[in-house]
Design a protein around this ligand. Structure first.
Ligand SMILES: O=c1ccn([C@@H]2O[C@H](COP(=O)(O)OP(=O)(O)O[C@H]3O[C@H](CO)[C@@H](O)[C@H](O)[C@H]3O)[C@@H](O)[C@H]2O)c(=O)[nH]1
Ligand SMILES: O=C(O)[C@H](O)COP(=O)(O)O
Length: 328
């Protein structure tokens, strides 16, 4: 790791233990906090997460002002479960309905900026199995305490939970096999982020609305690179949240996620003039399934369409719908 990155890491890495809810609240002042959970088919876990935020951080202490679940085209009871647990629920395609809808987690996060109001926005995955309020307090604390801080990313150890076995540090396979090598190769100043793909992070609204959002799983990678360009790493930090357990995707699904992340990395390299447009990458990904009559090829698209910074959309919309009639 470059020396400057090592120095950044020791300066800008904290622990959730530094941020009991009372301490975070003492720094809150007039700022407001929105928590957003993007959720696709998460009826098993989303309700418990919403409750674990609402009871201690909304009802007991007023640290969180709104909990919003973005239902990302679920086919199960995610929306009902989340609503019953006390969240405000929006369907991804109902937000900014005059724009043609896109798919994916990044789209859900981007759209959430149009329906939430907090000065600080916290994103948390809806499939966490060992969620606790420290995921929120540890992320918002450094932002509430320091007006210069723009973005705080979670980090943790990641067990790989398989039927009947637990490998304590073998989770995060896309992180270890794709994202970390890419970051070290092309963005070494970001190599100190322990969990670059973590879905748990918080940012100031003004900052999050100033950068584009990739629609699919490249969203975390793109945010890290783009926010470092916008803010500089000194205005970014990470908080150790302990251990995170989640539901694992199949190897084939992680291959498609990896394809999206590699395409996202290419788009950023291209934007920086480090990759040429003369040979843009193919966005197809062929995977294979063995059948009794040979290998069956499955073609996927791992392209990463992208939304513009939300503030551009908000400006365009306020011109279209003058004050008093502004629709977000
Ligand atoms: O189309 C989708 C797909 C997923 N999700 C939600 O996004 C979150 C994370 O998705 P998941 O499939 O559980 O991702 P992981 O396999 O855990 O992937 C890791 O790596 C991804 C790529 O960086 C990050 O987006 C994730 O947050 C991070 O946990 C969950 O709440 C999902 O329900 C959506 O909202 N819409
Ligand atoms: O973040 C990652 O690297 C992917 O979500 C894969 O995580 P897993 O190996 O813990 O399933």
């Amino acid at each position: 790791m470059p020396t400057r990155t090592r120095q950044w890491m020791s300066r800008n890495t904290g622990s959730h233990l530094d941020w009991p809810a009372e301490r975070a609240l003492a720094h809150k002042g007039a700022e407001t906090v929105s928590v957003v959970l993007p959720a696709k088919d998460e009826q098993e876990t989303v309700g418990a997460i919403v409750e674990a935020i609402r009871k201690p951080l909304v009802e007991r202490l007023p640290l969180v002002d709104e909990i919003v679940v973005i239902d990302s085209r679920s086919g199960d009871g995610t929306a009902v479960t989340a609503r019953e647990a006390g969240a405000l629920v929006y369907h991804q395609d109902d937000i900014l309905p005059d724009l043609p809808g896109l798919w994916g987690k990044g789209e859900a996060l981007w759209k959430s900026l149009a329906v939430t109001t907090g000065d600080v926005v916290v994103f948390v995955d809806a499939d966490i199995r060992n969620f606790g309020p420290h995921f929120i307090t540890g992320l918002v604390g450094p932002l509430l305490a320091d007006p210069d801080m723009g973005y705080v990313k979670g980090c943790y150890s990641r067990p790989l939970l398989e039927e009947g076995s637990v490998a304590p540090a073998d989770g995060g396979r896309v992180t270890e096999l794709v994202a970390r090598p890419l970051l070290n190769m092309c963005w070494p100043h970001l190599s100190g982020f322990v969990q670059p793909l973590a879905g748990e992070y918080a940012g100031r609204r003004a900052v999050l609305e100033a950068v584009p959002f990739v629609c699919g799983y490249g969203v975390e990678f793109a945010l890290l690179v783009d926010l470092a360009d916008l803010l500089g790493v000194d205005r970014m930090a990470q908080t150790d949240l302990g251990v995170r357990e989640h539901s694992h995707q199949s190897t084939a699904a992680l291959g498609r996620m990896s394809g999206q992340i590699i395409n996202t990395a290419w788009s950023r390299l291209h934007r920086h003039g480090l990759a040429t447009a003369a040979r843009p990458p193919a966005t197809g990904l062929t995977q294979f399934v063995q059948t009794p009559v040979g290998y069956h090829a499955l073609d996927w698209d791992v392209d990463v369409p992208e939304r513009p910074p939300m503030r551009q959309v908000a400006h365009a919309r306020s011109a279209q719908f003058p004050p008093g009639r502004v629709q977000r």
